[in-house]
Design a protein around this ligand. Sequence first.
Ligand SMILES: [Zn+2]
Length: 448
Amino acid sequence: MDELLIRGGKIVQSGSVLEADLAISQGRIVEMGAELSADGRMELDATGLHLFPGVVDMHVHFNEPGRTDWEGLATGSRALIAGGGTTFADMPLNSHPPVLDAATFNAKREAAERQSHADFALWGGLTPESLDNLPELAEAGVIGFKAFMSNSGIAEFTSPDDLTLYQGMQKARALGLTVALHAESENITSGLSRRIRAAGRSGVRDYLESRPAIAEIEAVNRALLLAEETGASIHLVHLSTGRAVTLAAEARQRGVNVSVETCPHYLMFTGEDMERLGAVLKCAPPLRGADEVAALWQAIQAGMIDIIGSDHSPSTLDLKQRGDFFEVWGGVAGVQSTLAVLLTEGQAQGLTLPQIAHLLSQNPAERFGLTGKGKLDIGADADIAFVELDTEWTHTENELQTRWKFSPYIGQTFRGKVRRTMLRGQTVYDEGKFLSPPQGRLLKPSAT
Ligand SMILES: [Zn+2]
């Protein structure tokens, strides 16, 4: 299977969709063009299918080692692949112990090399406890450092105060790595939560009230200022408000090295959906109003949002089944659905297929220096999602590859179905079946 020719697919590239044959050798794309000669290669007919670069999901919580009852690298990576993904970056906090030094990095790396069906990168944590460990984490191969400006929900993963964040950014800059930030103000969110809970209020609306837009906007503003002062590269994860995205875009205009992520759930659902569906949609920052959803789509069209990541963050069912909504685990399970959401809702909003490939694959790979990933070009890894674009389908529980069959996307009707996923030239998923044992490789960032 080292030499393969894919015939007749429509190849989604940076600026266009090219109808061509695609030749693969040793896991890489070596030729693209009309009517390539077979030359003794195996042939695969992709007539009627669109070939997308495999999704590069820079934001997942697969919880291994230590919390595999929540998810796990095997189930998480299978779900990613079933949704057309080929690369993920795992966040440092929900595994136990969290990734705060080289030893915990290596433990997760070993687990992933055994279990992951997709290629992977690993985030390290920036906390008061890990500040001095950033060089050894960089040496071990982290893709960047994640910090929480509000409570992370995990006791062993603490929030840096402003001084620690400032010093962490200085160190990250010296190491040539990006700091990813969960930007919500701890003062505002914890203060409001205390007051609201003291008044005996514990419903969805009460939770929404405890994390207002200003909590995100204020924290984003502070993060941008620290990045500007230190010259650090920062990545603002899961932005949920148009105002915060605008602040980032303005900062970029004046030279701040910042990228912006949002997630499918902020583009698909509102606070009213959270009230209707409950725990399955609990997340922080919370879902907003229809006006913010529209603002995010506009920001995507304007090029102000670079990356869409799933922020897949599941838990056991009992942590989702609490009477007090403040006690429910916050996290949306969506790693399998990102491409489906973009092909459906994104196209309805006017996004082109190349724009979708940029947001899900090329931009994240380029931003984080994942060489050879994120695009279908000569020399790139043959990481390919084969999509039947016009097929309408309704997501059922049975199709979910995740540990828990609990996702807001169950029952959702999508347009565009992943038929096959290829990792480095090898078909790893075909019509609902996984064809090979785990073979994910660690990806380290190259200088960007
Ligand atoms: Zn997250």
